[in-house]
Design a binder for this molecule. Structure first.
Ligand SMILES: Cc1cc2nc3c(=O)[nH]c(=O)nc-3n(C[C@H](O)[C@H](O)[C@H](O)COP(=O)(O)O)c2cc1C
Length: 304
């Protein structure tokens, strides 16, 4: 009798029923949505990035679809602030990672102290949003600040922490090295990349913020390369993210070295059933190839 391959993954202090995760910024602010997305098959959920105070975000248009499953967004980190979010998830039972964003290390102390008392798995620290001043990638490009933030969060929690990296002015490998040195449990690679599009009729940039972050299909090869290099050269657990729409995309990230994968833009075209579809596809692939566990294929491409 052939046993069904297991999709369970254990890495960086997490134990997930399957390697698919909701990426930060997609339906990630409300408990009902967390419950729905978990029920529909996600292995784990990541919230929208929360800040110390509420942020209103930019005016519309904040998201534009390009041809072929790619998007540029500049939402502006709109969120209700960590206190309102803590009240929202007070009865949470889902495997939830809370994403946090801030301008300096002291922003993170009250957020982690409050959220640590709730039923959450851990934190993802967003050091890579490409379109908000003094947050995200502007912080991620300042190596001393990156170190100070990770050190501060590490001192204030025993829960797993993941550093969300982007491709900005600093090499992701340098940032991943700092994450490892400061005892982060893993990194998430990658956030969106600075991008823009211009309307030929009005001669003006389409997004109200002019510049936004590229996600979806066009991001995928850069994300796969980042996961491969970080996993192989730095040796820290990596969660892959960027342009995953199908099980084939997810398997590519796992082969590159990702221990799990996050899905964002794919939800926009396929819906929340995407987590179930991708898990089912990965299981069939493992069955066809004769693997017993999804963890058996993580990083296989690094041998070549
Ligand atoms: C509308 C939108 C909002 C996002 N908000 C966040 C956020 O709050 N925090 C964060 O770390 N990443 C955020 N991201 C980035 C995604 O989590 C992800 O890294 C990126 O979209 C690439 O994955 P994808 O191609 O599957 O969408 C956002 C992306 C989009 C499109």
């Amino acid at each position: 009798m052939i046993n069904t391959p297991s999709l369970n993954v254990e890495f960086a202090g997490l134990n997930l029923r399957n390697p698919t995760m909701l990426a930060s910024g997609f339906m990630g602010i409300n408990q009902d949505n967390f419950d729905r997305i978990y029920k529909s098959g996600a292995g784990c959920l990541v919230s929208k990035s929360l800040s110390i105070r509420p942020i209103e975000g930019y005016y519309n248009p904040t998201v534009v679809a390009l041809n072929g499953k790619s998007y540029i967004n500049a939402v502006g980190l709109a969120n209700p602030g960590f206190e309102a979010f803590a009240a929202e998830i007070v009865d949470n039972t889902t495997p939830l990672i809370v994403s946090l964003v801030g301008s300096c290390q002291s922003d993170f102390i009250p957020m982690v102290k409050r959220l640590d008392r709730l039923h959450i798995l851990g934190y993802e620290i967003n050091l890579s949003c490409p379109h908000v001043k003094k947050m995200g990638i502007e912080v991620g490009d300042d190596l001393e600040m990156v170190r100070a933030i990770i050190r501060t969060v590490r001192r204030n929690t025993k829960k797993p922490i993941f550093i969300k990296l982007g491709v900005g002015n600093v090499d992701v490998l340098k940032l991943a090295t700092i994450a490892k040195e400061e005892a982060a449990n893993g990194v998430t690679a990658i956030n969106t990349i600075r991008a823009m599009t211009i309307d030929l009729q009005t001669y003006s940039p389409v997004l109200s913020n002019k510049i936004g972050g590229l996600s979806g299909r066009s991001l995928k090869p850069v994300a796969v390369r980042s996961v491969y290099e970080i996993s192989m050269k730095i040796g820290i657990p990596v969660i892959g993210c960027g342009g995953i729409f199908t099980w084939e995309d997810a398997v590519e990230f796992l082969l590159a070295g990702a221990s799990a994968v996050q899905i964002g833009s794919g939800i926009g075209t396929i819906g929340i059933n995407i987590f179930h579809l991708i898990s089912r596809g990965i299981r069939k692939y493992l069955e066809n190839k004769g693997f017993g566990n999804v963890q058996d294929i993580v990083g296989m491409a690094q041998k070549y």
